[in-house]
Design a protein around this ligand. Structure first.
Ligand code: ATP
Ligand code: MG
Length: 741
């Protein structure tokens, strides 16, 4: 149980009693400590699996942990709760939500469903979508929920007219969710906290059950999650001894600030839990010293952080490889060629390799190049399978079967495929339901009573309803999910519509629907051990699993990742490791993201993201950037990422340094991006205009400006120009759309 652990790791695994915080840099074995501690608790301290609650960052990590524990203690591992925050909360709520007035087969709304409901609410309140974008409501409501502010609290704290409107939308949105017996992702946490805080007997149940609470990646918890843990651990005030709490994390890897995560939770652990013990881990077992030197050099640029000393005894290792590509296509070509070369040399396989980028959109070019080269790859995230229209349609059918009050799903499918039930008819139903204080579902049943309702529409609605009730019989009879799905596909007409179409895209759609049947069969074939003790194979269970998949759950399984190169964003890469890593798009404006350039705290979060990216690599790390990128319509030149320049030259072996000014950029002038005129896209090179300091110029985008300074010559000539309200921009004159006045 303790073999292969260093002394501080061992101390953490065997620690008994008060709260324990393990803080340490990347790759120092925090997750290993957590897993071992669980095994140790059961084997040595005779803790029963059902007394353990462990929170991991992905469902996959949870599954792996559970398997390992099952190897050790057998099928009783089932009763252990190892899961993500969201999955744990769903389990809690399936048992307790009735106390809050929800049915236990509540639907879980994803971002798109929730946005749809918010749009409906805004429409009801006659809000102009231009002045009040539903997306903005969504993010403000989400922030409020992460802070555990309900509609009342939010309204009380509203500072201006806009926030008052948000408060109103929030209140109605919440009411509609409840009527639909649905919760959004943030509700899962918020409602769990509500249950624990409002119902002492409910809290007592969980408090007496969980004697151990363990949390991985603690730096990314938000306020609501923090309180949830605090409630579950408890203090002595309610008579029962608090649970043993063990959290592990690294403040330098906190990358979800935009979702309300707060480093405060880790920084002030000792204050929140005065009897806490803190253990530091300093040896990194993942990466070579060169990789660590690079990562350390970057992260030390952040202010207000605790200095850490992370070292590795696996030797200096290979130098990092740097490559400046001319365009994003060249960048992808280089990456592809290099993966092939490594394979030929026998030093690394495609399955050992990951390509990281800042935003999902950047995967496209890599996909094109890899596809053409027939180099197998897997893109994790992006437009996900479960977000495709046809898949969402089918899932909406299933959700209605499980929960007919689910208005958003009901509206989604009632006329898919087309059955002559138009928006007009639905508006009548809605008004009727509202006046008679009925749910939308009950309103549909009484649609014949609506005088304006055309007889044909009413007929179609009744037909639809009788189809749904026939299908619901299958659910009540606990028929296997895959059988229910097949029945839905057939009886709804979804499949007939797509198979009879001549659009080749529809063929892909049919395949996707069949894929969902396959997913449900996989779900049914799950090993018994992987089911929780209160879980059974059911439609609700299947829907729950599907609602909670995260990007990281799509990563190909096994040591060699199925032999394919894995593409993913830096955010998804957290907690993972690969022998060979390509960190791409290292340009100011790409990474760090353009949106963050003006704000120091945001740049610091980007820098932590860089630290996460760099520390995923075990043996080989490539750093690439493109001098010129055309992906977003107009071609742009971005200077080298400041993170690239923070890495000591000594650890980078440059294959290609590029032509532009990256190497002589000064940090003070690095605020701006270069702009290039469309001429560049067609390959024509324009001649740089000649300017003198003090001259007045006009720029297509920034308007009038004054030349502040000049640097470089010929093709590399650049000027720093002050554009008044736009500030100073550093422009490469060959490409800048600038004219002399
Ligand atoms: P991150 O901060 O990225 O989440 P971590 O601190 O959780 O990293 P782990 O993933 O637990 O680190 O461990 C990193 C690697 O080091 C893993 O491959 C793990 O198996 C290995 N490792 C951890 N501790 C030891 C040890 N004492 N001896 C040998 N290998 C170890
Ligand atoms: Mg970890």
């Amino acid at each position: 149980m303790l073999s292969g652990l260093n002394p501080p790791q061992m101390a953490a695994v065997t620690h008994i009693g008060g709260p324990l915080l393990v803080v340490a840099g990347a790759g120092s074995g925090k997750t290993r400590v957590l897993t071992r501690r669980i095994a140790y608790l059961m084997a040595e301290r005779k803790v029963a699996p059902y007394q353990i609650l462990a929170i991991t960052f992905t469902n996959k990590a949870a599954g792996e942990m559970k398997e390992r524990v099952a190897d050790l203690v057998g099928p009783v591992a089932r009763s252990m709760w190892v899961s993500t925050f969201h999955s744990a909360c769903v389990r809690l709520l399936r048992q307790e939500a009735s106390r809050l007035g929800y049915g236990n087969s509540f639907s879980i709304y994803d971002q798109a469903d929730s946005l749809k409901l918010i749009s409906l609410v805004s429409k009801d309140l006659n809000l102009d979508a231009k002045r009040y974008p539903p997306r903005q409501f969504q993010s403000m409501i989400s922030n409020a929920k992460n802070e555990l502010l309900g509609p009342h609290d939010y309204a009380a704290g509203a500072q201006n007219k806009f926030e008052q409107v948000v408060a109103e939308v929030y209140a109605v949105y919440q009411r509609r969710l409840q009527q639909a017996n649905a919760m959004d992702f943030d509700d899962l946490i918020l409602k769990s906290v509500e249950v624990l805080q409002l119902f002492p007997e409910s809290k007592a149940r969980f408090r007496s059950r969980f004697l151990h609470v363990l949390v991985d990646e603690y730096q990314d918890t938000n306020h609501a999650q923090y309180i949830l843990i605090r409630e579950l651990v408890g203090d002595a005030s309610d008579g029962a001894p608090p649970a043993e709490l063990c959290v592990v994390g690294d403040a330098d890897q906190s990358i979800y600030g935009f979702r309300g995560a707060t480093i405060r939770n880790i920084m002030q652990f000792e204050m929140d839990y005065p009897q806490a013990t803190t253990i530091l881990l300093e040896q990194n077992y993942r990466s070579t010293q060169n990789i660590l030197n690079a990562a350390n050099a970057v992260i030390t640029q952040n202010e207000s952080r605790k200095e850490k000393n992370l070292w590795s005894d696996s030797g200096a290792g290979a130098a990092l490889v740097g490559y400046v590509a001319e365009s994003e296509h060249d960048e992808a070509e280089f990456v592809k060629d290099e993966i092939r070369a490594l394979q030929r040399a026998g030093s690394s396989e495609p399955g050992d390799t990951a390509i990281f980028y800042r935003t999902n959109a950047q995967s496209r070019v890599f996909e094109e190049i890899f596809m053409r080269a027939a180099l197998p790859y897997k893109v994790v995230g992006g437009l996900r399978f479960y977000e495709r229209k046809e898949v969402k349609d089918l899932l909406a059918y299933l959700r209605v079967l499980a929960n007919p009050n689910d208005e958003i799903s009901l509206r989604r499918i009632i006329n898919v495929p087309k059955r002559g039930i138009g928006d007009r008819a639905l508006d009548y139903v809605e008004a009727f339901a509202k006046n008679s204080e009925l749910s939308f579902w009950s309103g549909l049943h009484r649609c014949s009573e609506i005088s304006e309702m055309p007889a044909r529409a009413a007929g179609s609605i009744h037909q639809f309803l009788s189809m749904v009730s026939a299908l619901r019989v299958l659910v009540e009879a606990k028929v296997r999910p895959s059988v229910i799905i097949e029945a839905v596909l057939e009886q709804s007409g979804l499949l007939t519509e797509l198979s009879s179409s001549s659009d080749p895209q529809d063929e892909v759609r049919v395949e996707n629907l069949q894929e969902l049947v396959a997913v449900s069969m996989e779900y049914e074939a799950r090993p018994f051990e992987s089911l929780g003790e209160d879980e059974e194979i059911s439609l609700a269970g299947f829907l729950e699993q599907v609602s909670l998949v995260a990007d990281a759950d799509e990563i190909p399984e096994g040591e060699d990742h199925g032999g394919v190169v894995t593409f993913m964003t830096l955010h998804t890469a957290k907690g993972l490791e690969f022998p060979t890593v390509f960190l791409t798009g290292l340009e100011d404006g790409i990474f760090p993201h353009a949106r963050t350039l003006g704000e120091k705290s945001e740049i610091e979060e980007e820098r932590r993201l860089a630290y996460v990216g760099l520390t995923r690599a075990r043996l080989r790390l490539y750093l690439t950037r493109a001098e010129y990128r055309s992906s977003w319509g107009s071609p742009t030149y971005n200077p080298a990422s400041r993170f690239l320049e923070e890495i000591p030259e000594a650890v980078i072996d440059w294959r290609n340094k590029g032509t532009a000014s990256a190497t002589y950029a000064t940090s003070s002038a690095r605020r701006s991006s270069f702009s290039a005129p469309p001429a560049r896209a067609t390959g024509k090179k324009s001649v740089a205009i000649e300017l003198a300091v003090g001259e007045r110029v006009s720029h297509d985008t920034f308007g009038l400006g004054t030349v502040v300074s000049l640097a470089g010559e010929g093709d590399k000539a650049e000027a720093t120009i002050n554009f008044g309200q736009y500030g100073e921009k550093r422009l490469l004159l060959r490409y800048a759309p600038v004219e002399k006045l």
